[in-house]
Design a protein around this ligand. Structure first.
Ligand SMILES: [Zn+2]
Length: 239
């Protein structure tokens, strides 16, 4: 049951993620340029969270990850890559991920560079109970980091501008997939809620509220993947 259709939205603080450093890899600029030309995929994900139990919620997170993978698969195949199939962990319920326990208190989820898994905070279950935007937007942001890694982008960048470009692209790609959610009406009310949720996650790694608003809106309105290419943006746009 989608509460979005009823226009009931809760603003929640959704912080992005901590990134556990791996060895660095080379940025394949040509591959990203090819990906940039791809069009935003059609709607493959439905809005549905079961927040009744941790186990049920974890399954909902897996469902969002699965449809994110299906959305990205043809785009990545077009540039010779494969859509990642990350493990999905709910922080306190699971202890299998290399990064379980590494999640900062204010973070809703993280992409674990070390083992490619996605780890989500237990609090996300409560937040998702109040807002249908919460779980998919966090999942799509963290999955975007898995896509960045698959593309060979360096994720263990130094704090500051390089990290913000990675994070803002992930937020932009998340908003891009949010727009395609079946059951989500792409109204101004929804885009405003998404933009303000993103702005609330502002910090030195994720960008100013203005940067987060800008890239979330760019993603929500994007027709091609490349519109979210923060690597080409002016420094002032990724502050
Ligand atoms: Zn992130």
């Amino acid at each position: 049951m989608s509460r979005l259709a009823a226009g009931v939205l809760a603003l929640v603080v959704l912080s992005g993620c901590a990134l556990v450093p791996p060895p660095g890899v080379v940025v394949p600029v040509a591959r990203l340029a090819m990906l940039n030309e791809q069009r935003v995929p059609g709607g493959l994900c439905a809005v549905f969270d079961d927040t009744s139990t941790p186990a049920a919620f974890r399954e909902s997170l897996r469902d969002y990850v699965d449809c994110a993978r299906e959305s990205w698969a043809p785009l990545l195949e077009a540039v010779g890559r494969k859509a990642p199939e990350p493990g999905v962990y709910l922080e306190a319920a699971d202890w299998a991920s290399y990064c379980t326990g590494a999640l900062d208190e204010e973070d809703a989820g993280m992409f674990c560079i070390a083992d490619g898994s996605l780890v989500f905070a237990d609090e996300l279950q409560t937040i998702a109970g109040d807002s249908d935007l919460a779980a998919p937007s966090v999942v799509f942001h963290e999955y975007a980091h898995a896509v960045q890694q698959e593309l060979g982008m360096v994720l263990d960048t130094p704090p500051g501008d390089p990290t913000r470009r990675i994070e803002l692209q992930a937020s932009c790609w998340s908003a891009m997939l949010m727009r395609t959610l079946v059951g989500l009406e792409a109204t101004e009310e929804v885009s405003t809620a998404l933009v303000e949720d993103a702005a609330a996650g502002s910090d030195s790694d994720h960008g100013t509220p203005e940067s987060l608003r800008r890239w979330t809106l760019v993603g929500f309105d994007a027709t091609t993947i490349g519109e979210c290419d923060t690597s080409r943006a002016l420094e002032s746009a990724v502050a």
